[in-house]
Design a protein around this ligand. Structure first.
Ligand SMILES: Nc1ncnc2c1ncn2[C@@H]1O[C@H](COP(=O)(O)OP(=O)(O)O)[C@@H](O)[C@H]1O
Ligand SMILES: [Mg+2]
Length: 415
């Protein structure tokens, strides 16, 4: 499983120019995360700080028990081996073939012989869909292929943490969708912790489990994707809709006079160029391809989110319940085409108002899950009775009745 990255109170300046301050967030192990923010807010600087290429003035970055801000050069060198990084421009060596570019980290960091290297390189070349192009030079291929080659190179050391700086820049929307799908497939396959830095709204809406946003030198928020996508904060709404009206200006924050002028323009019906999409309706997260394993991170993420759901804003709560219901419905309808959550949903009826999928793949509306010895969960076609004290669930579906033994964990949830 990928490792957690815990950032606490991080502050970075260049000389007298502060880039961001007091940034705290945790990238949960194995989950897919996105960091959004207007150009120049320091997203790339953040990414470079996470791998210790840039040194912050304050704060800590704890990876696998080591604070990379304080550790020795030798420890940092070891920690860096956990990372695979896709830099913004692919950062390939122009005079080397794709093959040699992708083999580079293996030759640099391992003692593997050329046979082993060839096997690993060709495996990654295949994974990113570059088979047949490995003898080309970076200058002879398209931007999308360069991105994929950069990704292949980021993957050769079996990273536990993958950082991608604007994987979409220079790509058309379809190529962007392909590279996003690839990241989800990779996550399903190797369960690595992923951080995608981007200002691509489609990626933000469909790829990450968690999203954060940098603005005005601060982390505006970081948490489950539904929280940001349903946020009422003007800066988040403006950013998502891509409108020029709002707190984000061309080069800096807007003053009151400009804001008043904009309000007048809007009142007069003048458009700010943004889409009028309703982000509060959360669209489905991209699922791994059918030949991929179930995304374990999605299962863990769901449990993590359900643990904190009551502390989230109402809009986010509703969106989370809607996404869970939607995921479960799709998992039930076509298990082979979604990272099915059926496995974890069995007997986990601990989110009232949500929809669980039982082991028959049937949707079940959860009516109540508050304590109590017995709860009744009803849908038009079925009744499920869960007896918490006896640790058995009686499941009645149409004319079938089954007793299932469950285990109640210490925290009261069941498995
Ligand atoms: N090595 C550096 N030295 C000085 N300033 C830098 C350095 N790297 C980045 N910056 C400054 O940090 C700010 C944020 O840059 P960057 O992280 O590239 O923004 P983003 O990736 O969000 O577009 C910019 O003002 C940039 O000029
Ligand atoms: Mg950048």
């Amino acid at each position: 499983m990928g490792v957690e990255v815990a950032v606490e109170g991080l502050t970075k300046s260049f000389g007298s120019q502060n880039i961001w301050r007091d940034v705290s967030l945790t990238l949960p192990a194995g989950e897919v995360n996105a960091l959004l923010g207007p150009s120049g807010t320091g997203k790339s600087v953040f990414l470079k700080t996470l791998i210790g290429l840039l040194h912050p003035e304050q704060g800590s970055v704890i990876i696998d028990g080591t604070d990379i801000v304080q550790c020795s050069a030798k420890e940092l060198y070891e920690i860096r081996k956990l990372f695979g990084v896709l830099f913004q421009d692919g950062a390939l060596f122009g005079s080397m073939t794709l093959y040699d570019n992708i083999a580079f980290p293996l030759r640099e960091h391992t003692k593997k012989n050329e046979d082993e290297i060839r096997r690993i390189v060709m495996d990654k070349v295949e994974l990113v869909g570059l088979a047949g192009a490995e003898d080309k030079l970076p200058g002879e291929i398209s931007g999308g292929m360069r991105k994929r080659a950069g990704l292949a190179r980021a993957l050769v050391l079996d990273p536990e943490i993958i950082l991608c700086d604007e994987p979409d820049s220079g790509l058309d929307p379809v190529r962007t969708a392909y590279i996003s799908q690839l990241l989800i497939d990779i996550n399903a396959e190797i369960d690595a912790t992923i951080l995608i830095v981007t200002h691509n709204i489609n990626i933000a809406r469909t790829i990450p489990d968690n999203i954060g946003m940098l603005f005005r030198k601060e982390l505006v928020m970081f948490g489950p994707r539904e929280v940001l996508l349903t946020s009422d904060q003007p800066v988040v709404k403006q950013f998502l809709s891509g409108d020029r009206f709002g707190p984000i200006g061309m080069s800096e924050e807007k003053d009151e006079a400009v804001a008043a002028a904009e309000a007048a323009m809007q009142a007069a019906g003048i458009a700010g160029g943004g889409t009028k999409d309703d982000f509060s309706e959360v669209i489905p997260q991209v699922q791994p391809n059918p030949d991929m394993p179930v995304r374990q991170a999605a299962i863990r993420h769901r449990q993590n989110v359900l643990n904190i759901i009551n502390d989230l804003p109402a809009g986010a709560q509703a969106a989370i319940r809607a996404s869970i219901a939607d995921e479960d419905r799709r998992a039930a309808e076509s298990p082979e085409h979604s990272a099915t959550l059926v496995a974890m949903a069995n007997h986990q009826f601990d989110y009232p108002g949500g929809v669980a999928v039982d082991q028959y793949g049937t949707d079940t509306e959860v009516v109540s899950s508050a304590g109590g010895a017995t709860e009744v969960i009803e849908t038009p076609t079925q009744v499920i009775t869960a007896d918490y004290e006896a640790d058995t669930d009686t499941i009645v579906i149409d004319d079938r009745t089954e007793e299932v033994t469950t285990v109640t964990r210490e925290d009261g949830t069941r498995e």
